[in-house]
Design a binder for this molecule. Structure first.
Ligand SMILES: [Zn+2]
Length: 483
C-alpha cells in the first residue's frame, strides 16, 4: 500500500506598518529605542485614556490590501479581542473580527518565467501590536517593553492554497516584495516587522477534505518557515503511515533542535476571546472615491513588472527575477536603459559587477552615490572602446566609492585604453626581449606561456592595453620569431 499525501498549508502573516506614529496615539512608531520610552496613557492601557485612529494607518493598510487584489469593505469596524497577557496592558487587543477591512484577494507566485500558483487571501484586517516580553538568561525574571504596544499591524490570512514548504517560502518572498514595492512596511523579519505562523495538514492525494491541522509558531526567518514546515511534513507523514491521527495542536519551531515542539493542544488554545465591538472607535466607512484615490497611486507591482521586463527587454526569467527583486533595482535598470538602450549589457553588468560591489559593501542600489547616469556613461565608454572591460571594472569601483562621474575618473587618471598599434607593438617587443625564458618556453611547445607574456604586457600598460589587439600582436610577433 502506498502513502501518497498532498500537503496543505495556510499562512497568517502579521506586518507592521511604516507610519510615523502608532495606530491609536501619537507615540513614535520606531524600532530599537530604549525600552518604555515611546509610551503614553493610551498605549499603556491606563484607565480613562481613549484611542484616536491614525488615518495614515488606513491609507497604508488600503495600499497593501489593493496590492493584494482584495475587495475593500465600505464598512468595517474595530473589535476588542479579550485575553490577559503581561504584554497586553488593557487585557484586550483592538482588532477587527467579523467586519475586516478587506477580503478575497490573491497573490500570484511566479517561478522561471511562469505563473505557478495563485494563492487566495481570505482576509486582511487592522490591529494593534502588543508589547514585547524579554526573559533573562537565568529564567528568573521577565521584562516588558511597551514601545511596541500600539504599533499598527495588518494581519493577512491566506486560504489553504499552498502545497509545499518551498511554496510557502516563495509566498513570503513574494508578499514581502509586493509590500516593499508599495512601501507600507520595511518587512524585516529579524526585527519582527513581518511575522508568520503556519497551519499545515496532510491529506491523501486526490481527496478534497482537509486533514487535521497543526499550527506552527516561532519561525523567525523565511528559511525557518521552510524548515519548520519540512520537518512537520515528515512528522505528520510518519504518524499517518503508522495509522495514527495527527493531534490538533500548536507547535513551535526550535532552530536549535531543528524540530517542532508541542506548545499546547488546540483545546487549550481555543480561548473564547469574547469579541465585542470597540465602543471607543467609530466604524470605518470608506467611499469608492477614497478607495479609488489610494488605488490610483499604487506603483506597478513586482509580478507585473517581472513579466513586462521579460517581454519588453527580452531579458531571461532569472535576470528579471533579480532585477525586480526590489523596486529600486528595477528603477535603476530602466533609468539606465533610457540612456543606454542595450538590455543585455545593462543587465549583465547590473547582475555581475554592480551587484558584487553592492554585496561587498552591504548596501542597496539606492544607498550608493552611483547613479543610472554614471552607469550608462560607463557602458558607453566601454562600447566605444575607450575603456577595456578590465578598466571599466576599475572605473565602476571608483565611481561607486567616490560618486564621481566615470568620464571624470577616466580623464583625471588618464585611464584610456591603448589601442594604438605602434605603441602596443613597442611594448610587446620590450616584453619579448626582457623575458627570454617565457619566450623559450613558448617555442618549446608550452602555449600557456602566452598568458604569462600577456600578463607582462598588461602590467607594463597598467591594464590599459586593448587586450584583443595586444594578444593578436603578441601572437603574430611570436610566430614571426619562431620561423
Ligand atoms: Zn502611546
Amino acid at each position: 500500500m502506498s502513502f501518497e499525501y498532498e500537503v496543505v498549508i495556510g499562512l497568517e502573516t502579521h506586518v507592521e506598518l511604516l507610519t510615523e506614529s502608532k495606530i491609536f496615539c501619537a507615540c513614535p512608531n520606531r524600532f530599537g529605542e530604549a525600552p518604555n520610552t515611546n509610551v503614553c496613557p493610551v498605549c499603556l492601557g491606563l484607565p480613562g485614556s481613549l484611542p484616536i485612529f491614525n488615518e495614515n494607518v488606513l491609507k497604508l493598510a488600503l495600499e497593501a490590501a489593493l496590492a493584494l487584489n482584495c475587495t475593500i469593505a465600505h464598512y468595517s469596524k474595530f473589535d476588542r479581542k479579550n485575553y490577559f497577557y503581561p504584554d497586553l496592558p488593557k487585557a484586550y487587543q483592538i482588532s477587527q473580527h467579523d467586519r475586516p477591512l478587506a477580503r478575497d484577494g490573491y497573490l500570484e507566485l511566479v517561478k522561471d518565467g511562469k505563473l505557478i500558483r495563485k494563492v487566495r487571501i481570505e482576509r486582511l484586517h487592522l490591529e494593534e501590536d502588543a508589547g514585547k516580553l524579554m526573559h533573562d538568561e537565568a529564567g528568573e525574571r521577565s521584562y516588558v517593553d511597551y514601545n511596541r504596544s500600539g504599533v499598527p499591524l495588518i494581519e493577512i490570512v491566506t486560504a489553504p492554497d499552498i502545497h509545499s514548504p518551498e511554496e510557502a517560502h516563495l509566498f513570503l518572498e513574494s508578499l514581502r516584495k509586493t509590500l516593499l514595492y508599495t512601501g507600507v512596511s520595511d518587512c524585516k523579519m529579524e526585527e519582527g516587522s513581518l511575522r508568520c505562523d503556519a497551519n499545515i495538514s496532510l491529506r491523501p492525494a486526490g481527496t478534497k477534505s482537509l486533514g487535521r491541522k497543526v499550527e506552527i509558531k516561532n519561525m523567525n526567518s523565511f528559511r525557518a518557515v521552510q524548515r519548520g514546515l519540512e520537518y512537520e511534513v515528515g512528522r505528520q507523514k510518519e504518524i499517518l503511515k503508522a495509522g495514527g491521527t495527527v493531534a490538533l495542536e500548536t507547535r513551535r519551531w526550535s532552530e536549535e533542535d531543528g524540530a517542532t515542539i508541542e506548545m499546547r493542544s488546540k483545546e487549550e488554545d481555543e480561548h473564547d476571546y469574547l469579541f465585542f465591538p470597540e465602543p471607543d472607535l467609530p466604524p470605518l466607512i470608506l467611499s469608492e472615491e477614497f478607495i479609488g484615490a489610494v488605488k490610483s497611486k499604487l506603483p506597478e507591482l513586482p509580478v507585473d513588472r517581472y513579466f513586462r521586463l521579460m517581454e519588453e527587454q527580452g531579458i531571461s526569467p532569472y535576470q528579471a527575477e533579480i532585477i525586480t527583486s526590489s523596486r529600486e533595482m528595477a528603477d535603476f535598470f530602466e533609468e539606465t536603459l533610457k540612456i543606454f538602450p542595450q538590455p543585455q549589457t545593462v543587465s549583465n553588468w547590473l547582475l555581475g559587477d554592480v551587484s558584487g560591489l553592492l554585496n561587498s559593501m552591504g548596501k542597496e542600489i539606492d544607498e550608493v552615490a552611483f547613479t543610472p547616469q554614471h552607469f550608462a556613461a560607463l557602458l558607453e565608454l566601454l562600447a566605444a572602446g575607450t575603456l577595456s572591460g578590465r578598466l571599466a571594472k576599475d572605473v565602476l569601483e571608483e565611481s561607486f566609492q567616490s560618486g564621481r562621474h566615470p568620464k571624470e575618473i577616466v580623464q583625471k587618471k588618464g585611464l584610456v585604453q591603448i589601442s594604438d598599434e605602434q605603441e602596443l607593438l613597442r611594448i610587446v617587443d620590450e616584453v619579448i626581449e626582457d623575458t627570454p625564458n617565457a619566450v623559450n618556453d613558448y617555442f618549446a611547445g608550452n602555449k600557456k606561456a602566452v598568458g604569462f607574456l600577456m600578463g607582462q604586457v598588461m602590467k607594463r600598460t597598467k591594464g590599459q592595453a586593448n587586450p584583443q589587439l595586444a594578444t593578436k600582436l603578441l601572437q603574430k610577433k611570436l610566430k614571426q620569431l619562431e620561423k
